[in-house]
Write a new protein. Structure first.
Length: 113
């Protein structure tokens, strides 16, 4: 399928599954609108699938959006989230170490009296 090469690489398997489901569902009477809503999960909008009498796709027309910037933003957000998570863990460790140190100092000072 030549269309598959136009799909973002990590979305190709999902796209293929949607096409397979479309073929199966097409026999059961799925409308092009139903299929278009399912394609929204790939950021593929305004797609229309034309099927033959047996429900097999014969043509696909539509508009695809370049989501490279969004994918890059998602990756950047994931990295920043991981960094924030690591920083939060480190802050908690430092707090625990500080509490332990204060408790020891307090214990030592109380033991002198």
């Amino acid at each position: 399928m030549r269309l598959r090469c136009l799909i973002y690489p990590e979305d190709r398997d999902h796209f293929s599954r949607l096409m397979a489901e479309s073929t199966e569902a097409g026999v059961a009477g799925e409308s092009a609108g139903d299929l278009a809503r399912r394609f929204d999960s790939l950021d593929l909008r305004r797609w229309m699938v034309f099927k033959d009498d047996q429900g097999q796709p014969t043509r696909i027309i539509g508009v695809d959006y370049d989501i490279t910037a969004r994918k890059q933003a998602e990756e950047s957000l994931r990295i920043k989230s991981d960094q924030l998570r690591a920083l939060t863990i480190r802050v908690q460790q430092v707090r625990e170490e500080e509490r332990t140190m204060v408790a020891r100092d307090l214990h030592d000072q109380m033991g002198r009296f």
